[in-house]
Design a binder for this molecule. Structure first.
Ligand code: GZL
Length: 320
């Protein structure tokens, strides 16, 4: 934070309550991955709302899912002398140099919704779900649902090299490890998008006897699941019945599919990572209070027993 901003900040802290004044004078850069999914769009709108609520000036940069665009945006924020930087890192590696530059500029960095393979002193905290748990909850649901019935699973993975794709695969495989009747027979990335999810699922259906040999589709996010559901219908099969559908995010469209009997389970991911992040930042800026390194958000399973129509109504319009 540069000296003039600090002086202005301390002056305003005398006038208003600390936390309000503190936030009211902050300029924060937000390097967002893109708008690849409904959940991502919701995270963006919630982050903007949380910043506005706190009187924070948010400089927003959409990277269209390209790491080089994120790195460029972060360098821009450093050059502008922002007070802090939020980053949703598209992949886990390749961040050390640019985050070292932020550290040298004394600009705190907070990670949102994904992690990175880098020394922990390069970021103040990371707000994300337990993505291994998300995969495990999805896998445990399938184990409970199929019992001892043979079940060939096809998997739509998230973005290659991203922590959610790595961890959700790990958790799901842990859950089905002891079940000889359940196996993943096809697995490919759909890059968290609806279009790619549909395209990859079309390939799986063709490769597996028109889909007649597939028991379940596990998608690392609901958008790929919704794309896969369309591919299953185009192949003349009933999603949710001929092929079970389990995914993660709990976006409105998966509840709409659930209410129509076309999806079976989703694991909720809150789009509000920014609230806890900005609270931790305010406490740090006010009295150097070091936050926990990892702030973990909840993961809850939803099935058709959980009022999908009501969940759709509750979520639509929240920026998804
Ligand atoms: C997970 C998040 C994922 C969502 C997808 O924390 O990074 O990215 O599950 C989004 O919808 O693309």
């Amino acid at each position: 934070m540069n000296i003039f901003r600090t002086l202005a900040l301390s002056a305003s802290m005398m006038v208003l309550g600390c936390s309000t004044a503190l936030a009211a004078n902050l300029t924060i850069g937000f390097s967002q991955i893109g708008s690849e999914s409904g959940w991502r769009a919701a995270e963006t709108s919630v982050t903007k709302a949380e910043a506005e609520k706190r009187g924070i000036k948010l400089k927003f940069a959409d990277a269209q899912q390209k790491q080089e665009n994120q790195i460029k945006a972060i360098r821009g924020f450093i050059a502008q002398g922002v007070d802090a930087i939020l980053v949703a890192p598209v992949v886990a590696t390749g961040w050390e140099n640019v985050l070292t530059e932020a550290k040298e500029a004394k600009i705190p960095v907070i990670l949102l919704d994904r992690g990175i393979d880098a020394p922990k002193d390069l970021y103040l905290t990371s707000v994300a779900s337990d993505q291994v748990k998300e995969g495990r909850v999805a896998g445990e649901w399938l184990v409970k649902t199929v019992g001892s019935k043979p079940c060939k699973v096809v998997e739509l993975q998230g973005t290659v090299g991203s922590t959610p794709a790595i961890n959700r695969k790990k958790g799901f495989e842990e859950a089905i490890a002891g079940q000889k009747n359940i196996s993943i027979v096809r697995s490919q990335t759909g890059d968290f998008t609806r279009a790619k999810g549909k395209e990859v699922m079309e390939g799986f259906l063709k490769a597996e006897n028109g889909g007649k040999d597939i028991c379940a589709m596990y998608a690392h996010n609901d958008d790929m699941a919704v794309g896969g559901i369309q591919a299953i219908k185009d192949a003349g099969l009933k999603p949710g019945k001929d092929i079970l559908v389990v995914s993660i995010d709990a976006v409105p469209d998966i509840f709409q599919a659930m209410a129509a009997g076309e999806a079976n389970a989703t694991v909720e991911l809150t789009p509000n990572m920014a609230g806890p992040a900005l609270d931790a930042l305010a406490a740090f800026l006010k009295d150097k209070k070091q936050p926990e390194k990892f702030i973990i958000t909840e993961s809850k399973l939803y099935t058709p027993a959980d009022d999908p129509k009501g969940e759709y109504e509750r979520r639509k319009g929240l920026g998804y």
